[in-house]
Design a protein around this ligand. Structure first.
Ligand code: MRU
Length: 368
């Protein structure tokens, strides 16, 4: 079910950019998701009163970006408890329903670790409640946790912006995919670094990769920056090498969907290519991500599951035929950049540099 913004009023969280995810009402309320597949053309919301709608929104990238899908997943558990309430389930059946739906939500997309992280964080709180707790109590506790995760992410984004702006070199900056307010609960990760530096009065060219096949850079990053009145230049993905060689790009900064204990970084397809190009042109390549994006249970990027999406996203972008039906298309949604190509990882605790197992462990153990 969709509905356009009734008053046209913006739910501003940062500057002029609306929130990607909102909980409306109390524990019997619902989740509202800004449908990012329609941007920049239309601003409509998906109203989620059942878990199936939440999962569809995550799978179809109506809500997307690692931190934002984690937040949506946490609210998704409240939706599950709401289903149990409305169905009049007894305490144990209600908890069983939430646990079963939690697994469905956590596996809706495989690469961004934030989704499972947020679901498991909420389930850990649920586990502290007595087994006879009524569904309404489950919903209330899950809502408090989801709101906590959401608010925490807003603060983490602000800290990432500050730490990153301090190390962002002078000159043009290139970013990939969308890592702004739409992708998080706050100002973003890599995009927050760029906008924080801009708000500090620094002036530089900002290049947004188009980001094939779903155009998160052209549709979403460019839209966010334009909404905020910050000039942006959209590039086709294949222009990056030329822009680096011609000296207009002095640094690259991207977000992440999962970072291993050794610093290998999974992010939107095309990121690895940018890192290789940056090394070839002696340009620093930075990653910005909150601690919830680190998966310290794995060491090598080879262990990160890479989401493979439908061939039609490549063959029929935006519904327009771009390749013969008879052709096959590979559509890996993410790739992995080895730690050795990353100059620094900007987190809410500070900047990890050089990127080694030891510096990661040291910076992540810091209190903010
Ligand atoms: O497929 P998407 O649009 O969810 O991919 C998003 C990215 O790859 C982002 O760079 C990443 O999640 C970081 S968002 C702050």
């Amino acid at each position: 079910m969709t509905g356009s913004d009734p008053s046209g009023a913006r739910q501003a969280n940062e500057g002029q950019v609306p929130q990607s995810v909102r909980w409306i009402g109390g524990e019997d309320g619902h989740l509202e998701i800004l449908d990012q597949t329609l941007l920049p053309g239309r601003r409509e919301h998906v109203v989620c009163r059942d878990v199936a709608t939440v999962i569809e929104a995550i799978r179809m990238l109506r809500v997307r970006g690692a931190p934002a899908i984690g937040i949506a997943g946490a609210y998704g558990l409240v939706v599950a408890a709401g289903e149990a309430m409305r169905a009049g389930l007894a305490p144990e059946a209600a908890r069983g329903h939430v646990l079963a739906q939690a697994e469905e939500i956590a596996t809706a997309r495989p690469t961004a670790v934030n989704l499972r992280w947020a679901v498991e964080r909420s389930l850990a709180v649920l586990a502290t409640l007595p087994s006879q707790s009524l569904p309404q109590l489950l919903a209330g506790v899950l809502l408090a946790e989801a709101r906590g995760i959401h608010e925490e992410d807003r603060r983490l984004c602000a800290a990432i912006g500050r730490h990153g702006a301090a190390v962002l070199p002078e000159g043009g900056v290139l970013t990939h995919c969308n890592t702004g307010a739409l992708a998080t609960g706050g100002a973003g990760t890599a995009l927050a670094v760029i906008t924080t530096a801009w708000e500090q009065g620094r002036r530089f060219e900002i290049f947004a990769d188009e980001t094939r096949p779903l155009l998160q850079g052209a549709r979403l990053t460019a839209w966010e920056l334009c909404e905020r009145g910050i000039p942006v230049t959209v590039l086709v993905d294949s222009a990056a090498a030329h822009m680096m060689k011609s000296g207009r790009v002095s640094s690259v900064i991207v977000g992440a969907d999962r970072i291993t204990a050794a610093g290998d970084v999974a992010n939107k397809i095309g990121t690895y290519g940018l890192a290789v190009l940056a090394e070839a042109h002696r340009i620093p390549f930075f990653v910005a991500a909150p601690s919830s994006t680190f998966d310290l249970s794995i060491s090598s990027g080879d262990e990160i599951p890479i989401e493979e999406r439908a061939a039609d996203e490549v063959k029929r972008p935006q519904g327009v035929q771009a390749a013969p039906d008879a052709a096959a298309a590979a559509n890996p949604a993410f790739d992995v950049t080895p730690a050795r190509l990353v100059r620094g990882i900007v987190t809410e605790h500070g900047v990890i540099a050089p990127v080694t197992r030891e510096t990661i462990a040291e910076i992540l153990s810091r209190q903010t």
